[in-house]
Design a protein around this ligand. Structure first.
Ligand code: ADP
Length: 669
């Protein structure tokens, strides 16, 4: 470096420096004597060229208290370069101290011994740059603060955001809940609508004071006699003008005003009918106010059930009941109702009066039983027990005598009733009527007495007539008088018939007075039937009477009475088979019972008569039987005789097809 330096003269070098835009000065001693300063440096210092040759501190006195001189001297002593950037320097320029900023360098130039022999001081003003920088820095600072603030704000925002997010999450959760609730609501609304629609009862919903018809189901539309289009969405009183002047509109208004519901039972109302215009109907209805959360009424729900048919049926039933009551009163019938479960026994006023009670008094079974004649009591109790037995069919029919507990008057009554049973065949009720048959019984008694007397009176002369006829019959035979023999024989047959008829009447009277006595013995039923068949064959040559049983059937009974029964059945089979000619008799024997049947293919019997055949004096009246003589006592006597043997008698028959009469007797009495 010194080599190239030595090729240029000092003056040349300084000249070069003077062209440099960069300020430059050279100090040549430790005291900082200014050797050289170019124009640029002089401008910085605000000095003239006169400063050349002066020590720096003297030349630019204001730097005295700044550290530059010390720095320069340090560079001089150490031989080490010193550089500074944007260093502030206060210099008096044009009488005013100004602080400017410089990048400067103190470059020591050393000799071969390493000793400083001058310092090249270069400087470049960077005040503007400095301030720009500062402005930038300040701007940056502000920016930084702003950024910081922004960050803080951001953070806050973030926090707020987080809050918002939480709120959002909560909101979306509650939104979801709301949605779910909404779904549930619309589901339950749909369900409610479905329920209302499917309900077997009429339902509608009115909204608001004007009662807009919001919901109606088909059932209510049917009751109203209206179509959906006619009523839906319209005010009730407009949609159903038929209600004008009917009380229900007023009641609905009242429910809306007061918020208090209302029930109507069996309400008579005039409803619209597409066919008749107006129709009378009966309804049960409920008006229920619908309220909001504040308890204010916002609508009414109406539940409607039409019961016109039921009401009419009930009224008809009452009418029938009234008629029945009047008939019962007119017939002077007593009625009774017995509940076997509670033992409660009730009766109408008529019945009570017979038992010596006032209308308000309670009848009870023990009191009623106590009023029955002692002799009849076991029979009545047995009849009740039997009726309450499911197997018996529940029928109750019995005649008995009651004795008034106060005045002792005697009355004969006929009780008829029927028991009803539950699904377990347990009796629930026994009810029926009681009829006063005292007079009828007396009449019958008189008739019986008369028949008894007449029969008795007839029997003696008839026995004589029979004896005389037998005498004639025997004499005619002996003397060979054919004509008298035949005539007397026919007369004997007729007297025989009369005899058995009179005997029958006498038996009837004996039954009534309980004077029939059984003489039981062991005998062979087959043999008895054979005898009867033979006897009837003789008198009925046109009929084929068949009995094919040959096995002996031992029976313990009253032989004569049983023969009477068989004779009566065969006689009837012949009598009521004018065209049929085959009569079959058979016997069926089990361990317990012996059943005998008599079958014919005669006129048969109508179903309505079957039950009554065994009643006293009962005869079937009709074209077929018109010319067949009889008194209607044969089957009655047969039935009484079989019953007195603890047996059963019954018939199966069809008109035109013939009949089968059966009787069964216990095999082991
Ligand atoms: P009667 O024969 O004297 O009239 P019954 O007491 O023997 O009296 O019979 C009662 C009624 O039953 C008869 O009037 C008759 O109408 C009917 N009846 C009895 N047996 C027969 C029969 N085998 N076929 C058709 N009807 C009969």
């Amino acid at each position: 470096m010194l080599n190239s330096f030595s090729r240029l003269t000092n003056e040349q070098l300084l000249e070069i420096l003077s062209f440099s835009a960069e300020a430059a000065a050279i100090y040549i001693s430790e005291d900082l004597e200014i050797q050289y300063a170019n124009d640029a440096m002089l401008r910085i210092w605000g000095r003239e060229k006169t400063v050349i040759g002066k020590a720096l501190e003297h030349a630019v006195s204001e730097i005295k208290h700044q550290r530059f001189a010390a720095l320069l001297q340090h560079v001089w002593r150490t031989g080490k370069i010193y550089e500074a950037k944007e260093a502030p320097v206060s210099i008096q320029v044009d009488g005013e101290v100004r602080t400017s900023y410089f990048d400067f360098r103190y470059l020591p130039i050393l000799d071969e011994n390493g000793q400083t022999y001058c310092i090249l001081h270069t400087a470049r003003e960077v005040t503007e740059l400095h301030f720009q920088q500062k402005t930038i820095e300040e701007g940056e600072q502000r920016e930084f603060i702003l950024i910081k603030q922004l960050a803080a704000i951001n953070e806050e925002l973030g926090a707020a955001n987080e809050d918002l997010e939480t709120i959002n999450e909560e909101l979306s959760a509650s939104n979801e809940e709301l949605n779910n609730l909404n779904n549930l609501l619309s589901e339950s609304q749909a369900q409610l609508k479905e329920i209302i629609e499917q309900a077997p009862i009429g339902i509608c919903v009115f909204r608001g004071k004007e009662m807009l018809i919001e919901v109606v189901n088909d059932v209510i539309l049917k009751i109203w006699g209206r179509t959906r289009e006619e009523v839906e969405g319209k005010p009730h009183f407009i949609a159903r003008p038929e209600l004008k002047d009917q009380i229900v509109l007023k009641w609905l208004d009242q429910v809306y005003e007061t918020g208090v519901g209302r029930n109507n039972e069996e309400l008579r109302i005039l409803l619209h009918s597409p066919e008749e215009g107006l129709r009378e109907a009966y309804v049960n209805s409920i008006y229920q106010p619908i309220k909001n959360t504040k308890g204010e009424t916002t609508g009414i729900i109406v539940i409607l059930q039409e019961i016109t048919e039921q009401v009419k049926t009930k009224r008809e039933h009452h009418l029938i009941q009234d008629m029945l009551n009047r008939a019962i009163e007119a017939a002077e019938l007593g009625t009774f109702d017995f509940n076997p479960a509670t033992g409660k026994f009730t009766g109408n006023d008529q019945l009570k009066s017979w038992f010596g009670l006032n209308p308000d008094d309670q009848v009870d079974l023990s009191l009623a039983t106590a009023t029955i004649d002692k002799q009849d009591r076991p029979r009545v109790e047995k009849a009740i027990r039997q009726a309450l037995d499911y197997e018996s069919g529940g029928n109750y029919e019995i005649d008995y005598t009651i004795i008034h507990p106060e005045n002792g008057s005697v009355r004969t009554v006929r009780a008829k009733g029927k028991a009803s049973f539950d699904e377990n065949r347990r009796p629930i009720r026994l009810n029926g009527t009681v009829q006063d048959i005292t007079e009828r019984k007396r009449d019958e008694q008189r008739k019986n007495d008369f028949i008894g007397i007449v029969s008795h009176e007839l029997k003696t002369p008839l026995t004589s007539v029979k004896a005389f006829l037998q005498l004639i019959h025997q004499r005619a035979e002996k003397e060979g008088k054919q004509f008298y023999h035949q005539i007397s024989e026919k007369a004997l047959v007729q007297t025989g018939k009369m005899h058995s008829l009179i005997n029958g009447f006498l038996d009837v009277t004996r039954f009534d007075s309980g004077k029939i006595h059984l003489h039981k013995e062991w005998f062979n039923l087959t043999e008895l039937i054979d005898e009867e068949v033979e006897a009837h064959k003789m008198h009925s040559p046109h009929h084929q009477i068949i009995f094919e049983n040959t096995v002996a059937i031992p029976l313990y009974a009253d032989r004569e009475k049983i023969s009477q029964v068989i004779s009566n059945l065969i006689g009837n089979a012949v009598k009521y088979s004018p065209n049929g000619n085959r009569i079959e008799i058979s016997c069926h024997h089990t361990d317990d019972t012996i059943t005998t049947s008599v079958r014919d293919n005669g006129i048969g019997i109508n179903e309505r008569d079957l039950d009554k055949l065994f009643e006293r004096f009962y005869r079937v009246t009709g074209a077929d039987t018109k010319f067949i003589s009889g008194f209607g006592i044969g089957l009655y006597l047969s039935s009484e005789l079989i019953k007195s043997h603890h047996g059963k008698i019954w018939v199966e028959s069809e008109p035109g097809q013939g009949s089968i009469f059966y009787f069964s007797l216990p095999a082991n009495p």
